[in-house]
Every structure is written in structure tokens, then in C-alpha cells.
Design a protein around this ligand. Structure first.
Ligand SMILES: Nc1nc2c(ncn2[C@@H]2O[C@H](COP(=O)(O)OP(=O)(O)OP(=O)(O)O)[C@@H](O)[C@H]2O)c(=O)[nH]1
Ligand SMILES: [Mg+2]
Length: 261
């Protein structure tokens, strides 16, 4: 299995009181092959939703996920990168830190020296943590060809508000953007799938989605709402190879996308 390397971390710039991305160039140089076209796949989503598990199983890269003992705790910090070399192109995989981690807020809180008011500290830490995730999301938008965004079927997309806003801003400027694929977790019945699709539509409500009736959607696990692509994630039992097989629809969708580039 391929070993990932640290791609970036976010540090607090104490002088300007804001987070700053620090890229590990030496690790980036090590994984990239100058002569070949690289196809970049990234992932975003809430803490502990299964991002690393998904990438590790599907692409045979040793992205670390939490063990039984450490379950629930933030596992991926910053972003990790790995490359799977193929004949025609290199597949570059980027695993990212999750949204909404208390660990990230705590880390910032401990560095805030400019106030001693605990409530203020918590608020600033929350904002710094959000800012940090927004920076990392924009970074992924910038460099990925495919970006997975993972969410639970019954969650709204509030976590991604900033990210989606940024996405739309970039989109208006006609900058080349990744193909975004929404991965919906836990939708194991038709009702849950319908709720998930409704949530997704509401998050992306614009004039193009008016004609979509969630009651009429096709639940074949590979769907489109106008230009929104989404898949329902299968259940994970702890066996990576079984999970990979269950994800074969998503994987063949990716293969097709790469071929059509
Ligand atoms: N029940 C269930 N558990 C899962 C699923 N996917 C992953 N897990 C477990 O949930 C835990 C978290 O998975 P990770 O892959 O580390 O999640 P993550 O999103 O990368 O977490 P962070 O890096 O902390 O943001 C691990 O113990 C996994 O074994 C799933 O689909 N269902
Ligand atoms: Mg992870």
C-alpha cells in the first residue's frame, strides 16, 4: 500500500492573527512526477465521517483513520497526499482535515494571547477554525480535478456554506473548477435517500433546480440533479476490500471522468 505524505498544515500567523497555509514543498516534489499528467482527487467533509476510510479503501493508499480506541477524535490534520502511478497519468490523492473539530478550535484557543476573556477566546477560536477550513477548501478547489464532498443524509450543508459560496464566486469567474461529487452517507432506505436529495437541492437551490421533484428521483446510486453529481455511500463494516467492491459504481464513474478529460 502507498504511504501518504504531509501536503500542508495550517498555522496561526500570530502577527496578523489569522491562519496561514504551510505547504510541504519537499513532500510535494517527492510525490509528483514531472513528465506525466496528474489527475488530482480530493475530499472534504465533517470530522470522522469516513473520508480517510473511503480514500484508503478505494485507492489503496494508507490514509490513516481512527482506530476503535481513538474513534471520534480528529485523525487527519491538515492535508495528506499520495500518488498512484499509472501508465498514462498519475493519480494524486489528497486526504483532508475534517470540518467542525473541537481539537482544531482548542488548538487555536491555546494560542490566542490578545485577550484573556474566555468567551471571546472561544468565539475567536471558532472563527479561526472556520477560516482555516475555508482556506483548505479553496486550496482543494484550486488544485483538484475531482473533489468529493461527504455529508450525512440528514444533515444540511451548513458546514459547507463558505465553501459553496467560494465555489460559486469562482464559478462566475469561469475559472476551471473540479468536478464535485457529493457522497451521501447513511442513506440506506429510499426515504432517507429522498431526504438527502431534498437537502442537497435546498443547499444548491437556484433557478436550475426548480423542475426537480425529489419524489421522482432515480435511486440507482448514481444520480444527477441538473449538474449536481451525487452517490450514496454503502455501509462500511471494517473490511476495506469489501467496501471498495461496494463502491465500484463510484470508481467506474471516476475512471470514465478521467478518460473523458
Ligand atoms: N459505521 C461506519 N463507520 C465508518 C464508516 N466509514 C468510516 N467509519 C469508521 O469511522 C471512523 C472514522 O473514520 P475516518 O476515515 O478516520 O474518518 P475521517 O473523516 O477521515 O476523520 P477525520 O480525519 O478525523 O476528519 C473510523 O473508525 C472508521 O472505521 C461508515 O461508512 N460507517
Ligand atoms: Mg481522516
Amino acid at each position: 500500500m502507498i504511504e501518504p505524505k504531509k501536503l500542508l498544515e495550517v498555522q496561526l500567523d500570530l502577527e496578523h492573527k489569522k491562519p496561514q497555509i504551510q505547504i510541504y514543498d519537499e513532500n510535494l516534489d517527492n510525490v509528483l512526477n514531472d513528465n506525466k499528467q496528474a489527475f488530482v482527487i480530493g475530499i472534504l467533509g465533517r470530522q470522522q465521517i469516513g473520508k480517510s476510510t473511503f480514500l484508503r479503501s478505494c485507492f489503496d493508499v494508507k490514509f490513516k483513520s481512527s482506530s476503535a480506541e481513538s474513534q471520534g477524535k480528529q485523525t487527519t490534520v491538515g492535508q495528506d497526499i499520495a500518488v498512484r502511478k499509472a501508465d498514462q497519468y498519475d493519480l494524486v490523492l489528497i486526504d483532508a482535515e475534517g470540518f467542525g473539530s473541537s481539537e482544531s478550535k482548542e488548538k487555536y484557543k491555546n494560542q490566542i494571547f490578545w485577550t484573556s476573556d474566555q468567551k471571546k477566546k472561544r468565539k475567536i477560536a471558532r472563527n479561526l477554525s472556520k477560516f482555516s477550513l475555508a482556506l483548505q477548501s479553496v486550496f482543494l478547489l484550486d488544485i483538484c480535478d475531482i473533489l468529493f464532498v461527504v455529508n450525512e443524509y440528514n444533515h444540511d450543508w451548513e458546514d459547507f456554506e463558505e465553501f459553496i459560496d467560494n465555489y460559486q464566486k469562482f464559478n462566475n469567474q469561469e475559472i476551471s473548477l473540479p468536478q464535485i461529487i457529493y457522497l451521501i452517507k447513511g442513506a440506506d432506505t429510499k426515504n432517507k435517500q429522498q431526504l438527502a436529495v431534498t437537502n442537497l437541492q435546498q443547499a444548491f437551490a437556484n433557478e436550475n433546480t426548480e423542475g426537480n421533484d425529489p419524489q421522482n428521483f432515480d435511486n440507482k446510486n448514481n444520480n444527477r440533479i441538473t449538474d449536481i453529481k451525487y452517490h450514496f455511500l454503502p455501509s462500511y463494516s471494517g473490511d476495506d476490500s469489501v467496501y471498495k467492491q461496494k463502491n465500484d459504481l463510484i470508481l467506474s464513474f471516476i475512471e470514465d471522468t478521467i478518460k473523458n478529460q
